[in-house]
Ligand binder design. Structure first.
Ligand code: FPP
Length: 238
């Protein structure tokens, strides 16, 4: 049974398996992403219902540019569609949309949708919904290192005084807790350059289900599995 008093504050999800879901049905990959968008819609709503405070989803990695133009532009079109159909409800539910990753490189219509979503929800105080777009964990760490190095070069920062907390603050997720739970659908046991710094002590739950088949009920099962884990953060059990 799910313990409603111990819901993870930050859940991150690697939404894998859209392509295989489509292939099994004789559909094209973009149709799998479309079904994935619909699954995402339900998981965002359910995160809010359960009282998750931060939800981070891997929508497009720095490596995903290697896919066909048709697939890449299809994913960004889905983002436009998602914002057009969901923004009012997200806003009504007090959700704050946030983008992690270098979204300056995404197509213009998607950038416009992102700006609208960010502006509309910027003062909301409920669920923080991070969408990782053109995101890579290593690129994020390099970006932080550069920011700190520039400050040091200007004499504003003593390199010897750099701390882990200071470094964390310069990441896209600055000010947010690290993910307690990372869920990966599609059956593979890797992090694929997702939240490389932030995942140091995250619990991982992998399900063989493809992302479009990941329902709120499966989400609750993943959280139950998390609740059964013994988190020691390198210490010993009390
Ligand atoms: C990974 O599955 C999925 C992606 C790279 C895209 C995820 C995108 C969505 C869920 C829809 C977009 C929604 C928004 C809001 C942007 P895969 O294609 O790697 O699947 P495979 O491993 O079966 O090939």
């Amino acid at each position: 049974m799910l313990d409603k008093s111990r819901i993870p504050a930050h859940v991150a999800i690697i939404m894998d398996g859209n392509g295989r879901w489509a292939k099994e049905r004789g559909m094209v990959r973009v149709q799998g992403h479309r079904a994935g968008m619909e699954a995402l819609r339900e998981i965002v709503k359910h995160s809010d219902i359960l009282g998750v405070k931060y939800l981070t989803v891997y929508a497009f990695s720095t490596e995903n540019w290697k896919r066909s133009l048709e697939e890449v532009s299809g994913i960004f079109k889905l983002l436009v569609l998602y914002v057009a159909s969901e923004l009012d409800e997200l806003n009504r539910n007090n959700v704050r949309v946030n983008i992690i990753g270098d979204w300056s490189a995404v197509p213009e219509d998607a950038r416009n949708s992102i700006k609208k979503a960010l502006n509309t929800t910027e003062n909301n105080t409920g669920l923080v919904f991070n969408i990782a777009l053109n995101y890579g964990g290593r690129a994020e760490i390099v970006r932080s290192a550069k920011a700190l190095a520039e400050k040091a070069a200007k004499g504003e920062l003593d390199p010897a005084g750099i701390t882990e907390d200071m470094f964390s603050e310069t990441l896209y997720t600055g000010g947010m807790p690290d993910p307690d739970l990372i869920i990966r659908t599609g059956g593979e046991y890797r992090l694929s350059n997702f939240l490389t710094w932030q995942s140091a002590y995250s619990e991982l739950v992998v399900t063989r289900l493809y992302w479009p088949d990941f329902t709120p009920q499966e989400y609750e099962k993943a959280i139950e599995e998390f609740q059964g884990r013994d988190r020691r953060f390198g210490g010993v059990k009390c």
